[in-house]
Design a protein around this ligand. Structure first.
Ligand code: GLU
Length: 502
């Protein structure tokens, strides 16, 4: 690699952080880590109309939660600041003016009404090669007219003058050679009437100022690429242009079109990384975190949306991803989002973690559910016993609540039809003999007693489970009994016998 690797995640602070955005951040991050580079967070907040209070802090929190914390950001500035585009305002105008004096851009004085008028007359009106000479701009006005308009502060924008009949080429690290005919590219605004740059000018100026070497961004930005390539060239910076990598789209579960927040609302799954509260309406949109995903699983799932290591391996830690990540293995085709698969990742992650790693998250869920835990080692044992049964973190509540209190409800329908005085007698006798030194011996003792009393052990296992748990779920019933202890197991047996007898 000739140039030092510096990559950037450049979100606009406009609301919740879509999982596609997190994947863009992740791929930038992984590339930086793989090449001992720097991962920069640049906040693209030049569009004042779309700016949303609190969105920047929220993005920072989401990245932190995922464990992909930037090396340089507005909160942790490096030598390439400022890291918020709005704070760079002054630097953009001079580049826009330089483009004008070099003949690559022009002032446009058209009012919103002028533009509306054109849109009415010309279907699909685009300000560009075929229309620019009919408009009110420095290409159609005389030099003195332009000077006069500027002198009296006439509102104006600066537009790029896209060349006619040219082909703009660039090499995309994922797509190879990409080319666009300039005839389909319109004269995008570079500097707005409020003096703010548009995204197109800002992204080029900032990528250069911040010495960005590689830019991974979503495929939705591909149509903007020719404008950016032209600007790099027109500003005389071609040699410094970052290498582009347009990441495949994340598609709706049915593969038809890009996954949007609305799809999540419609199909009942999160699309944002973390809960997002709209500051105007107070509406909360649920995130993966609050839905009960482990950050490790969320990141793992995202990495595999459009990338693999060339084998069937699907579970990767962040450290493994940092090591294995390669641009060559990013696919061009869109990746379908599958919520069931996302849950599968979480389940795999939960299963593979030690209780010590899970305990903080489990405690949070239990506390939310009003369950008080005052014995840490008891909780760790419970976690080890039930983690295989948990897909999302809140599942730990349903799967463990019976350890903290005897069931208040029983699935009596599964027991009563076959309940008998003999079974009641068996459980009374068993309760007296309980040892609970280990699950294997306990099960053997239970079965021996069952046989002695003329039962098939299988007939008694389900009632025993329901006595301890309340329902037909949970890990091995003798493992449960061992954790509950002799006294509690006895008391649950006694309570349930009374209920089943009635
Ligand atoms: N500000 C753009 C966004 O919101 C960034 C596009 C880019 O990375 O060039 O996604």
């Amino acid at each position: 690699m000739d140039k030092k690797v510096r990559v950037r995640f450049a979100p606009s602070p406009t609301g919740g952080l879509h999982l596609g955005g997190v994947r863009t951040a992740l791929f930038n991050y992984l590339f930086a880590r793989k090449h001992n580079g720097t991962f920069v967070l640049r906040v693209e907040d030049t569009d004042q109309n779309r700016f949303v209070e609190g969105a920047e802090e929220y993005i920072v929190k989401c990245l932190d939660w995922c464990g992909i914390t930037p090396d340089e950001s507005p909160d942790k500035p490096g030598a390439y600041g400022p890291y918020r585009q709005s704070e760079r305002k002054l630097s953009y105008r001079k580049f826009a003016e330089q483009l004008i004096s070099d003949g690559y851009a022009y002032y446009a004085f058209d009012t919103p009404e002028d533009l509306d008028e054109k849109r009415k007359v010309i279907p699909n009106f685009q300000y560009g090669q075929s229309t620019r000479m009919e408009m009110r701009n420095s290409l159609t006005l005389t030099v003195s007219e332009v000077e006069e308009l500027l002198a009296i502060n006439t509102p104006h924008v600066i537009r790029i003058k896209v060349p006619e009949d040219e082909i703009v080429h660039f090499n995309d690290l994922i797509r190879g050679d990409v080319s666009f005919e300039t005839s389909i590219v319109d004269d995008k605004v570079l500097l707005k009437a409020d003096g703010m740059p548009t995204y197109h000018l800002a992204v080029v100026v900032d990528d250069r100022a911040m010495e960005i070497s590689h830019a991974f961004r979503g495929e939705e930005w591909l149509p903007s690429a020719p404008i950016h390539i032209l600007l790099w060239k027109y500003l005389g910076w071609e040699a410094d242009m970052p290498k582009w990598a347009h990441l495949p789209l994340i598609l709706k579960p049915d593969g038809h079109g890009k996954l949007s927040k609305r799809d999540g609302d419609r199909l009942g799954f999160p699309v944002y990384a973390m809960n997002w509260t709209d500051p105007k309406t107070g509406d909360v949109t649920k995130g993966f975190k609050e839905m009960g995903f482990m950050p490790e699983a969320f990141v793992n799932m995202l990495a595999l949306l459009g990338w693999n290591d060339g084998t069937d391996k699907e579970i990767f830690t962040l450290a493994e991803l940092e090591d294995k990540f390669s641009v060559e293995r990013i696919s061009k085709a869109g990746a379908k989002f599958d919520f069931e698969k996302a849950k599968w990742y979480n389940h795999e992650w939960i299963k593979s973690q030690s209780a010590t790693h899970l305990v903080a998250g489990v405690l949070t869920e239990l506390t939310k559910a009003g369950i008080e835990v005052n014995n840490g080692s008891f909780l760790n044992k419970i976690i080890d016993l039930i983690k295989d049964r948990c897909t999302l973190m809140p599942d730990f509540v349903a799967q463990s609540s019976y350890f903290f209190a005897a069931p208040s409800e029983y699935d009596s329908a599964s027991v009563k039809p076959k309940w008998s005085a003999e079974k009641a007698a068996f459980f009374e006798a068993y309760a007296e003999n309980i040892k609970l030194s280990n699950a294997v011996d306990e099960e053997a003792a239970f079965k021996a007693l069952a046989q002695e009393k003329g039962f098939k052990p299988g007939e008694l296992m389900l009632p025993f489970r329901i006595m301890l748990v309340g329902g037909k779920f949970g890990p091995g019933v003798f493992d449960i009994a061992i954790l509950l202890g002799v006294e509690e197991t006895r008391s649950r047996i006694a309570k349930a016998i009374t209920i089943f007898n009635n």
